[in-house]
Design a protein around this ligand. Structure first.
Ligand SMILES: Cc1cc2nc3c(=O)[nH]c(=O)nc-3n(C[C@H](O)[C@H](O)[C@H](O)COP(=O)(O)OP(=O)(O)OC[C@H]3O[C@@H](n4cnc5c(N)ncnc54)[C@H](O)[C@@H]3O)c2cc1C
Length: 481
């Protein structure tokens, strides 16, 4: 089934407890901090029903129509179709959103790859992951990711910290398990459910096994409390902050105050090896949509920088062209990793098609680690006017507007209003509070940099370089041992 926007809105109007700016939110869908991003998600659902977008966003199986985003990938075409559906969405909404479901649902496919590990403890749990993957396809919920606990002082063993610093099981009942703790989750306040699993860590200490827990949590369940950071939407005039006002994906500290997780929603529990498995493989699918978003981010930087160079006539300078070429290399580097990861895709243990792991994770490091430098390159190309340009009201007000029209009109093609719009867009992309937040999002939201590098280390085949050097240096076979 594919849901409509109205069905999605009905689903999040479930009486959930959401707090922002010290106030309890009555209706997430209409609150100024959430309304724009909720509207994007609702639009995404509606697009699935429209003739113009249905082919890009949906597929049919056994006579039923489903979302391409939720489809477990089995062929290279499946991955290309996912790419096309993201392309259709981002062009439709005119910006970049990351956490809208497709980028988190793949975390469950990773767990399914480890179903043998799950079955070691209790075969029921292995069946639960299969059921949930099927349920996402059938019911089309908005699914987010819950990894990161507040954690507390890590110089102390968890037994010496407040146990709630990491999500754990406090009680087992016939209905399910009761959990306590908290997680940081983008988009949780307006999502349907989250896949909760242990945070980044070694997960080798048996004593921590109460914390080795993986399950689905309904975002409106009793005891779930969403305490959100303040929003960017509604803070300033949309004419001055066009991205912040449309695409802010509000992050939440989700508190679990004795939340019942029914047995059918439990994937693993007191299972350190399952925690190890999921931490080692979590992003084997979901890194693809995450990195793909950065391709569009790169396009926004290139477009903004090139339009600016065209306006000012600076594009004809070779030195300016070289800086634009640096941005294009970054963009093409991301695209190359994505294309190659599909071309050399690998079969997963559960029979799905994983993007080539070494190439995908290397692409994630390239895309995320180079972003600060590329943002600075774009900022430098566009120049200081993004910081010093007056706001839209000044372009309208009698007394200032005549001067601004004069100084911001460059030629017949570029009149002051278009130049103002380009500078406002560029500021929100590169310089504003929202721009800084998005940079932090890219650096952390899926995992921190050291974890990205650990994924490359685990997946790159080091035997090739070792063997090459062994032969080149004429060393014995034994050194490979
Ligand atoms: C905008 C944003 C959105 C987010 N969205 C989500 C989400 O949707 N779901 C979710 O679960 N989480 C989310 N997160 C949380 C994110 O996953 C964490 O911020 C991240 O895992 C790092 O955890 P931490 O912030 O507690 O930092 P810490 O664990 O305190 O680490 C801080 C820094 O210390 C260093 N460090 C720590 N441990 C090591 C180590 N073992 N080796 C090397 N260096 C180390 C690194 O420099 C690291 O960046 C989001 C974060 C941000 C900023």
């Amino acid at each position: 089934m594919i849901r409509t926007g109205a069905q999605y809105l009905d689903g999040i109007r479930d009486g959930r407890e959401v707090w922002i700016d010290g106030e309890r939110v009555k209706d997430v869908a209409s609150h100024k901090a959430f309304a724009p991003i909720v509207a994007v998600k609702a639009r995404m659902y509606d697009m699935q029903h429209e003739a113009a977008h249905q082919d890009a966003l949906t597929y049919t199986e056994s006579g039923e129509r489903h979302s391409v985003y939720n489809q477990p990938p089995r062929t290279q075409e499946d991955w290309h179709r996912k790419w096309r559906s993201v392309d259709a969405l981002l062009h439709e909404i005119g910006g970049v959103v990351t956490r809208v479901g497709d980028e988190t649902v793949g975390e469950m496919w990773s767990l399914q790859d480890g179903r043998d590990v799950l079955a070691e403890i209790d075969p029921r749990f292995a069946a639960n992951i299969d059921n949930h993957i099927a349920r996402v396809v059938e019911r089309d919920p908005f699914h987010v990711s819950a990894n990161t606990d507040p954690k507390g002082d890590r110089s102390k063993h968890i037994t010496q910290r407040d146990p709630d610093m990491m999500v754990h099981v406090v009680k087992e009942t016939s209905a399910g398990i009761i959990i306590r703790g908290a997680k940081y989750e983008t988009a949780a306040a307006y999502a349907d459910q989250a896949f909760l699993k242990p945070t980044v860590g070694a997960w080798s200490d048996e004593k921590e096994s109460d914390y080795a827990l993986g399950c689905i949590v309904k975002m409106g369940a009793e005891g779930v409390k969403h305490i959100c950071r303040d929003g960017f939407a509604g803070r300033g005039n949309p004419a001055d902050y066009p991205l912040a006002n449309r695409f802010d994906e509000v992050d939440t500290l989700v508190v679990f105050d004795n939340v019942l997780i029914p047995w059918e929603d439990v994937f693993f529990y007191r299972h350190t090896r399952a925690a190890q498995h999921i931490r080692a493989t979590l992003h084997r699918y979901s890194a693809f949509p995450y990195v793909l978003r950065l391709l569009y981010n790169a396009d926004m930087m290139i477009g903004a920088a090139l339009f600016n160079a065209k306006q000012t006539g600076l594009e004809k300078l070779q030195a300016v062209q070289e800086k634009l070429a640096d941005l294009a290399c970054y963009r093409e580097g991301i695209r190359a990793h994505l294309v190659a990861s599909i071309a050399l895709a690998e079969k997963s243990p559960a029979g799905l098609l994983m993007p080539n792991q070494s190439l995908l994770y290397a692409g994630r490091v390239l895309a995320c680690s180079q972003l600060p430098a590329m943002m600075h390159a774009a900022r430098e190309l566009i120049g200081g006017q993004i910081c010093v340009t007056p706001n839209a009201a000044a372009f309208q007000a009698e007394g200032s507007s005549e001067w601004l029209k004069k100084f911001y009109s460059l030629n017949d093609n570029w009149q002051s209003e278009d130049r103002r719009k380009l500078l406002a867009f560029s500021r929100d992309l590169l310089n504003s509070d929202y721009a800084g937040h998005r940079l932090a999002f890219v650096q952390f939201a899926q995992a921190p940099h050291f974890n990205h590098l650990a994924a490359v280390y685990r997946n790159f085949d080091f035997s090739g370089p070792l063997d090459f050097v062994r032969r080149a240096a004429d060393m014995s076979d034994k050194v490979m041992g």
